[in-house]
Design a protein around this ligand. Structure first.
Ligand SMILES: [Zn+2]
Length: 387
């Protein structure tokens, strides 16, 4: 198959696609960038995509948040224009503490079981409407339960139930990952890990570790992850996002991570790069998020393409669509625009994500066939151009 980049052209560009970034609340760093090649953006939007790193808690619709604020008379603005800076990276310097603080505000919106189910449904619907065909959605039961003190088990089951319903309604395959939060109390991590293990046959495929990587190293959680792995769950760890290459090595060697969330700092260590390549450890990268948290100085300087060239199994993902104000289409368009990755590269990133996905071999093969067939169509009506 020969999938190549298209020549820029304005032919066939829909008006609503080109105006998206103008009307939505924008994030200072990432969304100030305009998509230079609108024909590529539009093509990417209609191609089937894969996202294996998306947080439920970073994916709430702004319009829904506004309704919840009004409905429950919350001490937060219902006006989306005033609300946006509280839950999105707007007019701020890139910084992980600022980024994490958005989750603190978002936790206040989980006001009832109905709301949590509605949000879960909408998160899947939004991915499907962006033509994401396989989604791995991660969530922290304690984040959803904190505001109203809901039982963690119940919250988990509400999400499982609602996600399953939305997946059927929107023809998308979704697997769930439960996230342990580094900076939450350890007893919560222990309870949540148990909840994940108890539901490994009911939609939960993996355990994740996220949160403040700087002050809470992953080795605090080694025992929990080893137990989860023995019980059949896969492991993905946020590492090398806000601390150095050592945290990536620790996640892989000491904890047995099957995948690494972000891992941008791995590039600093050649021996680690070699190990990631040899062990075929996939990295779940996100251009917008990595820029907004300060993991990289800009999307242009992101190591995505360099790592791809060096044979690392890199994948591209949204991380937190609401906080970052991005879609999966945006992420791929950023890679095309600012990393100068052509359609073949973008296809490879998508293919890598299917390979790295925590899905059954039957699901994987069927998804590969479908993606291969759909992306191959790009070639038929495109001008050929390689980089
Ligand atoms: Zn993440």
């Amino acid at each position: 198959m020969n999938i190549v980049e298209n020549q820029p052209s304005n032919k066939g560009v829909k008006k609503e696609d080109t105006q998206r970034k103008i009307h939505d609340p924008i994030t200072l760093n990432t969304a100030c960038r305009q998509f230079n090649d609108l024909i590529i953006y539009n093509r990417l939007k209609h191609l089937p995509k894969v996202d294996i790193h998306r947080h439920f808690e970073g994916s709430l619709r702004l319009s829904t948040l506004s309704q919840i604020a009004r409905m429950f008379k919350m001490d937060l603005p219902a006006d989306p224009v005033l609300l946006a800076p509280m839950v999105q990276m707007v007019e701020e310097v890139a910084d992980f503490q600022v980024f994490l603080a958005k989750f603190g505000t978002l936790r206040k919106f989980y006001q009832s079981p109905t709301i949590i189910k509605r949000i879960a449904y909408e998160v899947v619907a939004d991915a499907a409407m962006d033509n994401v065909k396989y989604l791995e959605l991660r969530f922290s039961p304690q984040a959803l339960a904190a505001e109203k003190g809901f039982p963690l088990e119940d919250v988990t089951d509400w999400v499982i139930e609602s996600v399953r319903e939305a997946a059927e309604d929107f023809n998308i395959v979704v697997n769930l990952i439960i996230t342990l939060v580094r900076h939450d109390p350890m007893h919560l991590a222990e309870r949540v890990a148990r909840i994940a293990m108890d539901r490994k046959d009911y939609g939960i495929v993996a355990l994740d570790l996220a949160g403040d990587e700087v002050h809470f190293p992953a080795d605090l959680f080694t025992g929990l992850f080893r137990e989860a792995k023995q019980e059949g769950l896969k492991i993905t760890i946020h590492a090398g996002e806000w601390t150095g290459a050592d945290s990536v090595r620790q996640a892989v060697v000491d904890i047995g991570a099957d995948r690494i969330g972000h891992g941008v700092r791995a590039l600093e260590d050649d021996s680690l790069m070699q190990m990631l390549k040899e062990r075929k450890i996939p990295l779940e990268m996100s251009l917008a998020s990595n820029e907004q948290t300060g993991s990289v100085t800009s999307i242009i300087d992101h190591p995505l393409k360099e790592m791809w060239k060096r044979g690392i199994k890199v994948t591209l993902n949204t991380d937190d669509p609401t906080i970052c104000n991005v879609t999966m289409t945006d992420e791929l368009a950023f890679a095309a625009d600012y990393q100068k990755m052509n359609f073949f590269c973008l296809y490879d990133l998508t293919y890598n994500a299917i390979d790295a996905g925590f899905l059954s071999e039957t699901q994987r093969e069927s998804l590969k066939q479908y993606i291969r067939h759909e992306w191959a169509q790009v070639d038929e009506d495109s001008d050929k151009k390689t980089f």
